[in-house]
Design a protein around this ligand. Structure first.
Ligand code: COA
Length: 157
């Protein structure tokens, strides 16, 4: 498996996985915007034949990172693909961002377990954030160099 930046020829496969995974999937335009934006990182996991197994997207503003989507094709789950994608994203961002944050459905225990494994902590609830079905979101955040950030805050105050 290789981790690569998403390119135009990956979009059809990502769209198909999106439709399998989510009740309100992103559109082709949403995916293309994420691929083309200077404020986004969009990574895919592909096998040796070039088949897309999963992907992860991030939007960054100043020193803040927001994970916008993570999915692995159903038949390739529980093989460490999401682990590899998150590690790749953390490696790409930890030197320049202060934290990564995301929302996840309260009932999505596989995803909550995944993010917890990578050090994300629940920091809040957004009530009725999701539709189809209506559900709360858990807000989870991974702070990079938290102690350093706090020391910096102490120094400037
Ligand atoms: N039950 C419990 N924990 C699970 C799990 C499951 N079914 N699937 C993954 N995890 C957690 C575990 O902590 C696991 O670590 P472990 O293997 O050491 O126990 C960790 O995630 C990594 O597992 P991995 O095999 O890399 O995950 P995956 O490639 O199967 O992908 C998702 C995990 C969540 C991305 C995948 O289930 C998926 O695409 N779900 C649908 C889309 C989705 O809900 N995305 C998140 C939106 S916020």
């Amino acid at each position: 498996m290789t981790i690569t930046d998403v390119k135009p020829h990956h979009i059809d496969e990502i769209l198909a996985i999106e439709k399998l995974c989510f009740s309100l999937p992103w559109t082709r335009r949403d995916l293309e915007n994420q691929m083309n934006s200077d404020n986004c990182i969009f990574l895919a996991a592909e096998d040796e034949t070039g088949k897309i197994l999963g992907y992860i997207g991030l939007m960054h503003i100043l020193d803040e990172g927001y994970i916008s989507n993570v999915a692995v094709a159903p038949e390739y789950r529980r093989r460490g693909i999401a682990d590899t994608l998150i590690n790749a994203l953390i490696d790409r961002t930890k030197a320049r961002l202060s934290f990564l944050t995301l929302e996840v459905r309260e009932s999505n225990s596989p995803a909550i377990a995944l993010y917890s494994k990578h050090g994300f902590k629940p920091v809040g609830i957004r009530r009725n954030y999701y539709d189809r079905p209506k559900e709360n979101a858990v807000l989870m955040t991974l702070f990079f160099d938290r102690e350093e950030n706090l020391q910096y805050a102490d120094n400037v105050n």
